[in-house]
Design a protein around this ligand. Sequence first.
Ligand SMILES: Nc1nc2c(c(=O)[nH]1)N[C@H]1C(S)=C(S)[C@@H](COP(=O)(O)O)O[C@H]1N2
Ligand SMILES: [Mo]
Length: 578
Amino acid sequence: MSGAPRIPHTHDPLAAKLSAADDRVLLTKWLPPQAGVVPKVRFGRHWVNALWALPLVFVLIVIGVAASQALRHVPVVQEFLVRYPGISTSALPVTTGFPALLRLLHFLNLFFMAFIIRAGVQILADHPRLYWKRDCTPGTEWFRFQAAVPTGRIWTAKDDSVTLPSWLGIPGIRHSIGLARWWHFSVTLLWMINGILYYVFLFTTGQWLRIVPTTWSVFPNAVSTALQYLSLTFPVDESWTRYNGLQQLAYFMTVFVAAPTSIVTGLMQSPAISNRLGWFGRALNRQKARSIHFIALWWFLLFILAHVTLVFITDARVNLNMMWAGVRDNSWSGFAIFVPAISLVAVAWWWASPFTLRHARLVQRIGEFMSRPFGVATQSWDAKSQLTEQDISPHFWPNGTMPNSTEFDALVATEFADFRLRIGGLVENPVELSFAELKAMPKQEQITTHFCIQGWSGVAKWGGVPVRDILDLVKPTPEARYVVLYSLADGGDGGRYYDTHSLANMRHELTILAYEMNGAPVSVLHGAPLRLRCENEVGFKMVKWIAAIELVHDFADLGAGQGGYNEDHEFFGYRVPI
Ligand SMILES: Nc1nc2c(c(=O)[nH]1)N[C@H]1C(S)=C(S)[C@@H](COP(=O)(O)O)O[C@H]1N2
Ligand SMILES: [Mo]
């Protein structure tokens, strides 16, 4: 050992109650599976089975085909089709076909998208409801694939999560958002780099001319192409050099609208970013962002469906030659590249879920490394309290595993009169504070949005003791780097619930030990006697039913060493600002 500081290794007595955790997902110890329901969409007070969209779309297509075939006999329409044949005559042709780099970026894009989408759907299944308003009040959602929230019992967000098949979600088991997020964020980072290279490539070559409309005639030409496709007499195809109006608009929307929209609405679901931004965070609140993120997913899914269908029904061999081999002929060279490339996607698709379950800790580690750019970018995004009483949510989802001990029941019976908060570890002045002493300290109030990792949010007014005041009282020693919060309650998988924060995060002006919620004492459900509020992280970092606080130099020797209960047992990240 080289001159590392000598740190005492006696922890708070509660450290002995922390449990080790497996580095794999053991299905026997995981939250038992729970099926969702067929997706439903709400119209007013009525829930409609989303599968009705299938026959509806079919009927609309049949009507569309019949109508457009009839229209093609009308002289005005015939003149229109001559005037606007589909490909704008003023569109400049691209003379280089599809260069190798473009073809590679195209493949990587589809490869990354497959995993982003699968992991994204898995994330959605952890809170299988979509809302427009930030409060997530049951019944106000516009989309769900879970039954209505049961009444007359406590129903936590964890209870609400549903199972997806493992070929669809990654990793396909219930409440696996921790692992799904690593996939979603890591692959998204690669996808964004791929996308930036693609943008640069487009605009440094003439390739952008394919997908950026340069004349207003793109619109009548798009109408013309739609009419031609629908009447089942397909338009002339010049895709080696020029796209028709409909293609141009579809590609433009996908590349320059849907992709950036997905990125912005993804980032706006982050507590650090959203709680930092003023009007923008309020206007594009987390639930709006989540709903739009989902609609963007549907744009991508429908685009992929239409794109792949048309590639295969409009001379597949020629089309594959262009985009996979970069040649314009009748050979099989496109197929020869396409088939192994798609097989690679298929193998990776099949491998992703079982690998993730077997090597969950590795996935967590790689994910934490890959997501570091997001963490660094949000480090300076200081959360602010910018909401008013009017913003307070009528409903605030509960979450977590309730305390279940006679010790806790005794505390509740006396309204926490005998509760004492222990603060020790690497401090000059360890103390024990009674509930009365804590409440006698200066009180801070704040109205903030809570962001649960599972996807719901809620606004409440919190009142309590700033942690910085407590730190000033106990005086951390220079070796102290992290603050451990031990709970009075166990976690879902046994062993005590705890979590760890950086000292800087605990000194933040909005970090408090809350004993009041919306002007009343915090209920047992929401964390009485004390629960942490830390507004630049997601909900699971905010330990409820706090028993003791310990300052440490390192958390590797606590629990399974990942920095908290859900980090240990559910493979969540230690820092979760997004
Ligand atoms: N002790 C303990 N604290 C906990 C949890 C838990 O399971 N045990 N769940 C966390 C999670 S996941 C969230 S979202 C919030 C929920 O707080 P709420 O019930 O007040 O909404 O508490 C956090 N604190
Ligand atoms: Mo949560």
